[in-house]
Ligand binder design. Structure first.
Ligand code: UT7
Length: 328
């Protein structure tokens, strides 16, 4: 059974923070942030909001556009690095309850910023096994809740948001579909991007640790180098395995972590920058949400036409990486 993206939706928090606001708080400048990352703004959740709130809003938009109700959903997958609760319950279960989806399986996907790419392939698998006909795949994050607002190395990079896709069973005759996915892990880099404390390896011990150890920490330069390499490799693998030329691809939708990563990948792969859809300027890095937010924006701008071939590509904590080949 083929699986295709039937609809897409997104939810962006209203509160918008400029680089200048960070420059008033930490030792940074708008010029440094823009020139080193391509980021000008990020959106931040309101007090009392959590990841599931953004996920539900994005899901409702995607359901409405698909002409479906929550009754039609067989499975909910929430890709997130910032669940409502640490470890359990799954944020997907909270989403299921709020959507009043009566007969769904629900689970979270922990694959860092590659989570939505993993989610699409997971949905495809459950649809092709006939377990599900409609899977709600969500990438949702509140990264501003786990970042150290006083650490200039990380605080300027992240934002909050969610995107959701309804992945449905399609007819074998239709060209539309998630045609192929390449997903991989390089666990040797696990410690390059982590929240150190609060898990079973380093339980949080208030008398021995500071609260900073609960925050996101990363070796930015090493992740950067990894990212450029795996973006180029993943695109190459997807094209080779499907006997495609880059000219046949309408857009590449990359994870939005740093525009310089994509520029370096563009230069190395000789794929023009114009092929890559970028919106990091407005939203910063929203981890598992960057790709569905970009897809939603592209759909709203009517950039995605039925029959277009697109590639998603990403990398993130784990370290994980990969991409999907999609015929829209
Ligand atoms: O989604 C996956 C998760 N994360 C990523 O993908 C991030 C991947 N990494 C990156 O995007 C980049 O490595 C960063 C944006 C994090 C850093 O950019 P960079 O060009 O690699 O800078 P750097 O780490 O080599 O640092 C250069 C300088 C340092 O100062 P010194 O040691 O040369 O004096 C930093 O302290 O820039 C300094 N710096 C800043 N200066 C002003 C770092 N952050 C800032 C800042 N404002 N916000």
């Amino acid at each position: 059974m083929k699986a295709y993206i039937k609809s897409i939706g997104a939810s962006i928090p209203e509160r918008r923070i400029s680089n200048e606001e960070f420059a008033r708080r930490v030792d940074t400048t708008d010029e440094w942030i823009v020139s080193h990352t391509g980021i000008s703004f990020r959106h931040v959740v309101a007090d009392g909001q959590a990841t599931s709130d953004l996920a539900i809003a994005a899901a409702n938009m995607a359901l409405e556009r698909a002409g479906l109700t929550s009754e039609d959903i067989d499975m909910i997958l929430v890709a997130t690095a910032t669940p409502d609760f640490v470890g359990f319950p799954a944020t997907a279960c909270i989403v299921q309850d709020e959507l009043r989806a009566p007969h769904t399986a629900a689970m979270d996907i922990v694959a860092g910023c590659t989570g939505f790419i993993y989610g699409l392939e997971t949905a495809r698998g459950y649809i092709s096994s006939s377990f599900a006909r409609n899977v709600l795949v969500i990438g949702a994050e509140c990264l501003t809740r786990i970042m150290d607002w006083d650490d200039r190395d990380t605080c300027v990079l992240f934002g909050d948001g969610a995107g959701a896709a309804i992945v449905s069973a399609g007819s074998e005759e239709s060209d539309r579909g998630i045609l192929y996915s390449f997903i991989r892990s390089q666990g040797s880099g696990a410690r390059l991007l982590e929240r150190t404390a609060g898990g079973s390896r380093f339980p949080f011990e208030p008398d021995k640790m500071t609260v900073k150890e609960l925050y996101l920490r990363m070796d930015g330069r090493k992740v950067y180098n990894f990212a450029v390499r795996v973006i180029v490799d993943s695109i190459k693998k997807i094209l080779e395995k499907n006997s495609l030329d880059i000219e046949q691809i309408k857009y590449i939708v990359p994870h939005q972590a740093n525009i310089r990563i994509v520029e370096a990948a563009s230069k190395r792969s000789k794929i023009p920058m114009g092929k890559f859809y970028m919106n990091i300027d407005e939203y910063a890095n929203t981890s598992a949400a960057t790709i569905p937010i970009a897809l939603n924006e592209m759909w709203e701008k009517k950039l995605l036409k039925e029959g277009d071939l697109i590639i998603t590509v990403g990398f993130g904590a784990g370290l994980t990486y990969g991409g999907n080949l999609i015929r829209w």
